[in-house]
Design a protein around this ligand. Structure first.
Ligand code: NAP
Length: 250
C-alpha cells in the first residue's frame, strides 16, 4: 500500500459513522492526519480510537455543519491542531423519507440545512483557508438518490443541489489551486440505507434485486473512490461526479 497522503491533513464531516468513518480510516492508513466532525462526540471519539489503534493520527471536533460559526471553528481547529488543511470530505447528511407532498417542514429544513447549506458552508470556509495557503482538494458527497425515487424527493433535491453547487464552485476555484469533485454513492451498507423494521438480510435482498452488481456496496468501496479523487493521480479531474453504485444508474 502506498501512502499517498503523508504530511496531509484531511477533514471528514460525518466521520463518526458509515462512509465518513471508513474514509477517515482510509486517509489515516495512507498517512494523513485526520479530523473527524459531527454533532455527537462519542461516535467521533470511537473513530479517533480506531485510527490511533492502527498507529494513525486523528482528532475529533463536534460541530453542526448547518451552522456557519461551527464550520468556521471546525476549519480553524483543524489548522491549529494539525498545522494545515489540505483535504476536505464534506459528507455529513441526514435522510428523512416520505412523499414530497407529505414531508414535514421540520424534516425539510433539517435536510436542506445539513445536506445543502452544510456543504455550502463547508466549501466556503475550507476554500477561504485553502486559497490563502496554496490550495487543496475537496470532495462532496451527493447520492444517486438524485434520480427520481418515490419517497426520496426532498433528500434527492438536496443532493441534486450539491452536485450543481459543487460543479459551479469547482470551475470558480480551480485557478486558485482548489480542486472540487463529487462522489455519489448508490446503496451502501450503513445505518442510512436501513429501512424501519428491516434487518441486514432484508436490505441485502431489496437492494440486490435493483442493483446490476447484485449486492449492496460497502463504505470501504466509497472511501476508495474518495481517496482517488483526493489524490494527485486525479489532478486533472475537476467538477466530476463519480458514482459508486454497482451499475444502478448505468
Ligand atoms: N448509505 C447509503 O446508501 C448512501 C447512499 C447515497 C449517499 N449517501 C450519503 O453518504 C453520506 C454518508 O452517509 P452514511 O451512509 O455514512 O450514513 P450515516 O452513518 O448516517 O452518516 C451520516 C453522518 O452525518 C453526520 N451528521 C448528520 N447531520 C450532521 C450535521 N448537521 N452536522 C454534522 N454532522 C452531521 C452524522 O453524525 P451525527 O448524527 O453525530 O451528527 C453521521 O455521522 C451522506 O452524505 C449520505 O447522504 C449514503
Amino acid at each position: 500500500m502506498t501512502a499517498r497522503f503523508t504530511g496531509r491533513v484531511a477533514l471528514v464531516t460525518g466521520g463518526g459513522s458509515g462512509i465518513g468513518r471508513a474514509t477517515a480510516l482510509a486517509f489515516a492508513r495512507e498517512g494523513a492526519a485526520v479530523v473527524v466532525a459531527g454533532r455527537g462526540a462519542e461516535p467521533l471519539e470511537r473513530t479517533v480510537r480506531l485510527i490511533e489503534d492502527e498507529g494513525g493520527t486523528a482528532s475529533a471536533v463536534t460541530a453542526d455543519v448547518s451552522r456557519s460559526a461551527d464550520v468556521a471553528r471546525l476549519v480553524a481547529t483543524a489548522v491549529e491542531r494539525h498545522g494545515g488543511l489540505h483535504i476536505a470530505f464534506n459528507n455529513a447528511a441526514v435522510l428523512d423519507a416520505g412523499p414530497v407532498t407529505e414531508i414535514g417542514e421540520d424534516a425539510w429544513a433539517a435536510m436542506v440545512g445539513t445536506n445543502l447549506t452544510g456543504v455550502w458552508l463547508s466549501v466556503k470556509h475550507e476554500v477561504a483557508h485553502m486559497r490563502a495557503s496554496g490550495g487543496g482538494v475537496i470532495v462532496n458527497t451527493a447520492s444517486i438518490g438524485v434520480t427520481a425515487v418515490p419517497g426520496l424527493g426532498a433528500y434527492g433535491a438536496t443532493k441534486a443541489a450539491v452536485v450543481a453547487l459543487s460543479k459551479a464552485a469547482a470551475r470558480e476555484v480551480i485557478a486558485d489551486g482548489v480542486r472540487i469533485n463529487v462522489v455519489s454513492p448508490g446503496p451502501i451498507a450503513t445505518a442510512m440505507s436501513m429501512r424501519p423494521g428491516e434487518d441486514e438480510d432484508g436490505r441485502a435482498a431489496r437492494v440486490g434485486e435493483r442493483v446490476p452488481a447484485g449486492r449492496i456496496g460497502t463504505a470501504d468501496e466509497v472511501a476508495a473512490a474518495v481517496l482517488w479523487l483526493a489524490s494527485p493521480e486525479a489532478e486533472f479531474v475537476v467538477g466530476h461526479e463519480l458514482t459508486v453504485d454497482g451499475g444502478a444508474t448505468a
